[in-house]
Design a protein around this ligand. Structure first.
Ligand SMILES: Nc1ncnc2c1ncn2[C@@H]1O[C@H](COP(=O)(O)OP(=O)(O)OP(=O)(O)O)[C@@H](O)[C@H]1O
Ligand SMILES: [Mg+2]
Length: 400
C-alpha cells in the first residue's frame, strides 16, 4: 500500500493512541485519581475544556491506560442528547455489556445481568442491555450497590471501575441528575463497604457551572481537570509524528505554517493536517502545500464546526469583512472597539453596532468586563480561529 492511500488524521474522532500528543500532566492527574479509587476512595472528576480541545480523546486514552496498567474496568459512555437519568444509567450498563462480550469475565457478567441481556444478532456478538423500566428505575436508585455487586464478581481480574460520562450537556440542566450525583457521592462516602469507583464527567465549563448551581455542594465534590490549547512544541510534535507515520516529510517552512494556523487546537490540527495531506502529491509537504491546506481547511472548518445560525448570519459580506478584521491578530481572542474602528470602512462602521448585537446574541462574541467598556472577546476559540483562517485566506487571494 502506498502511503498516500490513507490519511493519518482523524478529524471528528477521538484520536488513536499512536497519534495522541501532549496532556501528560492531565493524564497523571486522572491516573492518580484512578489509582486512589482502587484503594477504595471514591473519586469524582470533571474534565472540561472547549469544544474540540480533546476531552473525549483524553478520556479514551486514560480508560485504556487504566485498563492495561492498573486492571481497572473502564466504561466510556457518550450521552449527547440524553436528558434522563434512566437513559444515562441504561447506557452505562449497556457499555458494560458491550465491553465485556468475548472477555474472560463474560460468564460472570452474564450471570450478573441474567435475562436483561438482549442478543441483537445470531452469534451473540452484539448485545444490548434490555432491563424493563421498573428494573431500570431500581438500578438508578441502587447504582452504588449494583456496582459493588458487580465488582465483587469481577475480582480479581478487575480492581476497580472507571465510569466516564461524556457529553453531559443534556443532563447538566437536570435537577434530578444533580441530586442523584450528590446522593451517590454521599452514599458511597458514608458506607462502610468501600467502592473502588472513579467517576469522570466530561463537558463544557458552563455545564459544570450549571450542575453546581443546581446542587451547590457538588462544587466541592468535583476534582476539575481543565484542558487548554497545545503549546507550539506539542503542535509541532503532532504534525511531525503524524506525517512521518505515513512516510511524508514536512519542510521546516511548511511546519511553521501548520503550527501557526492550528492555534494549539487539536481539532484544527486534524482539519489542517488532513487538508494538507490531500493537497500533497510527492510525499513532501512544502510551504505551498501547507498554505493551500490551510485555505482548504478554512472551508471545511466553516462547514463542519460553525453552527448553521452563525453561518447564515455571516453570509453578509460586510459582516464577514468585519469579522476578518476582528480576528486578524494572531492569538488574540480579545478585541476593543476603539482599536478596531480605524480599520473599518464607512459602510462597515454603519452596521457595526448591529453586527455586535447579532454576534452577541448568537454567542460568537461576548463583552469582556476585564477590558473595560467596548472590550469584547470571542466566546469560543474555534470561531476565532475560523475567522482568522478566513482573514489569512482573503489576504492570500489579494496577493495572488
Ligand atoms: N491529544 C491529542 N492528540 C492528537 N489529536 C487529538 C488529541 N486530542 C484531540 N485530538 C483530535 O482533536 C479532535 C477533537 O478531539 P475530541 O473529540 O477528543 O475533543 P472534545 O473536546 O471531546 O470535543 P467535543 O467538545 O466536541 O466533544 C479529534 O479529531 C481528535 O482526534
Ligand atoms: Mg467529546
Amino acid at each position: 500500500m502506498s502511503s498516500k492511500d490513507y490519511s493519518p488524521f482523524t478529524p471528528g474522532q477521538p484520536v488513536p493512541v499512536e497519534f495522541f500528543v501532549g496532556r501528560s500532566k492531565e493524564i497523571d492527574h486522572i491516573i492518580s485519581a484512578v489509582r486512589a479509587s482502587t484503594a477504595g476512595r471514591l473519586q469524582v472528576l470533571f474534565l472540561t475544556g472547549e469544544r474540540g480541545i480533546g476531552k473525549s480523546s483524553l478520556a479514551r486514552l486514560v480508560r485504556i491506560i487504566a485498563d492495561r496498567k492498573y486492571g481497572v474496568l473502564g466504561l466510556h459512555s457518550f450521552l449527547g442528547g440524553v436528558t434522563s437519568l434512566d437513559e444515562t444509567v441504561r447506557r452505562v450498563f449497556d457499555r458494560l455489556l458491550k465491553e465485556s462480550v468475548g472477555k474472560g469475565w463474560w460468564a460472570k457478567i452474564k450471570e450478573f445481568f441474567g435475562d436483561h441481556i438482549r442478543q441483537v444478532d445470531l452469534f451473540g456478538v452484539t448485545v444490548e442491555f434490555g432491563a424493563a423500566e421498573k428494573e431500570l428505575r431500581r438500578m438508578v436508585h441502587d447504582f452504588a450497590p449494583a456496582l459493588r455487586n458487580l465488582l465483587q464478581k469481577l475480582r480479581p481480574e478487575k480492581k476497580g471501575i472507571l465510569v466516564v460520562l461524556d457529553d453531559i450537556n443534556g443532563l447538566a440542566a437536570s435537577d434530578q441528575f444533580a441530586n442523584w450525583l450528590k446522593s451517590l457521592v454521599d452514599e458511597i462516602a458514608t458506607s462502610s463497604d468501600p467502592l473502588p469507583l472513579c467517576l469522570m464527567l466530561v463537558g463544557l465549563e458552563d455545564r459544570r457551572q450549571s450542575l453546581v448551581s443546581l446542587q451547590p455542594s457538588l462544587a466541592r465534590v468535583f476534582d476539575v481537570v481543565e484542558l487548554r490549547t497545545w503549546s507550539d512544541a506539542e503542535t509541532r510534535d503532532f504534525f511531525v509524528n503524524a506525517f512521518s507515520k505515513v512516510g511524508i516529510h514536512v519542510e521546516e517552512e511548511a511546519l511553521k505554517i501548520l503550527v501557526r494556523f492550528t492555534g494549539g487546537f487539536p481539532v484544527m490540527a486534524h482539519e489542517i493536517g488532513d487538508a494538507t495531506f490531500n493537497e500533497d502529491t510527492d510525499n513532501r509537504i512544502t510551504r505551498e502545500d501547507a498554505l493551500q491546506g490551510v485555505v482548504r481547511a478554512a472551508d471545511i472548518v466553516g462547514r463542519k464546526h460553525v453552527e448553521p445560525q452563525v453561518f447564515t448570519a455571516i453570509r453578509s459580506p460586510r459582516y464577514r469583512a468585519i469579522l476578518r478584521k476582528t480576528a486578524s491578530k494572531p492569538f488574540e481572542v480579545e478585541f476593543r472597539r476603539r482599536d478596531l474602528w480605524p480599520l473599518l470602512k464607512d459602510d462597515e462602521r454603519k452596521v457595526f453596532d448591529n453586527f455586535l448585537a447579532r454576534m452577541k446574541k448568537l454567542g460568537v462574541v461576548q463583552a469582556n468586563p476585564e477590558g473595560g467598556p467596548g472590550a469584547y472577546r470571542f466566546t469560543n476559540t474555534l470561531h476565532y480561529l475560523y475567522f482568522w483562517l478566513e482573514a489569512a485566506r482573503a489576504k492570500q487571494s489579494k496577493e495572488l
